[in-house]
Design a protein around this ligand. Structure first.
Ligand code: SF4
Length: 295
């Protein structure tokens, strides 16, 4: 276009060549799309492509292991310390370490009866009061390592126990964790997971078992069974598995406890890592491990 001549548009508008060129219209802003939550997307896809998979799994497992009813099994501080003792150790060894803590640092607290129920790999603690947490926190480190040695990994876990107890006391003034029952589940999980050495799994165990908060601890048994059946994607990163279950259970949060207990129990009893007993499994018709095209 000749810059000395008015353009048709300008002429029509009665404007002249000297008019300032209009600033370029900004390209219409692309609407920012919020990134889809991958766990919610997964749960929706699963519900669409394999309807009732979680319900059928729970119904089938309830058929062989019986209904699972939530019941608090320990006070929350004891639950947390026992759960830390189970990290990379067998439950039965963690029990030995906890019993040793009680004996070395006795308290006059309430006697607790530990009935862990299905899914727990130990025998259950004998009745007893929680250890004196102040004494555990301030014990000489070498002594504490020695006390919990029967549980395994004493040199790693003793400083972790003391750091955890110190953090709780510094933030709350004592070692009680009862306040977590009044918090929203995710906020409570975040509070716990901000303590070094405590991840989503440990935090979720405490909150589910002590307060029946709908948070799903995913340990190696739960993860293996869920991935085999197809409840979790085979390549789902371990850290996302917790949130995938939250999304799957969003409509039925009251089933979180039985989901955790039934899957963990199935992983121990029938769907073991080596040589799973498919022939005894009530969910094999829907299991992608035995049939990659299972409905
Ligand atoms: S069919 Fe086999 S692999 Fe699948 S859940 Fe049952 S025991 Fe595990």
């Amino acid at each position: 276009m000749n810059p000395t001549r008015p353009s048709a548009a300008n002429a029509a508008a009665g404007s002249v060549e000297t008019a300032k060129p209009r600033p370029k219209a900004k390209p219409k802003g692309k609407r920012k799309r919020t990134k889809a939550n991958p766990s919610i997307a997964w749960a929706r896809r699963l519900a669409r492509s394999r309807p009732r998979l979680l319900d059928d799994t729970l119904d089938a497992l309830t058929g062989i292991y019986g209904p699972q009813v939530w019941r608090r099994r320990l006070d929350p501080t004891s639950e947390l310390i026992l759960t830390i003792l189970t990290q990379n150790s067998a439950d039965i060894n963690a029990e030995k370490a906890f019993v040793a803590l009680r004996a070395a640092y006795p308290s006059t607290g309430v006697v607790e009866v530990h009935e862990p129920g299905a899914g727990w790999g130990g025998e259950g603690l004998p009745p007893g009061a929680a250890p004196e947490w102040d004494a555990v926190e301030t014990a000489p480190l070498a002594e504490l390592i020695d006390v919990i040695r029967p549980g395994g990994l004493g040199p790693t876990k003793a400083p972790r126990l003391q750091a955890t107890l110190r953090r709780i006391r510094e933030e709350r003034g004592d070692h009680s964790l009862e306040f977590l029952g009044d918090m929203a589940p995710i906020a409570a999980r975040d509070w716990l997971a901000s303590i070094p050495g405590i991840g989503k799994k440990t935090a979720s165990v405490l909150l589910l078992f002590c307060f029946e908060q709908p948070l799903m601890p995913v340990d190696r048994h739960v993860e293996r069974v869920a991935k085999r059946i197809g409840l979790l994607a085979a390549k789902a990163p371990p850290d996302r598995a917790h949130d995938d279950f939250l999304a799957m259970l969003a409509a039925v949060p009251e089933r979180t406890y039985e989901t955790h207990v039934l899957l963990i129990h199935h992983g121990r009893a029938i769907c073991q890592a080596l040589r799973p007993k498919h022939e005894l499994c009530p969910i094999r018709e829907r299991c992608r491990f035995v049939d990659p095209k299972a409905p």
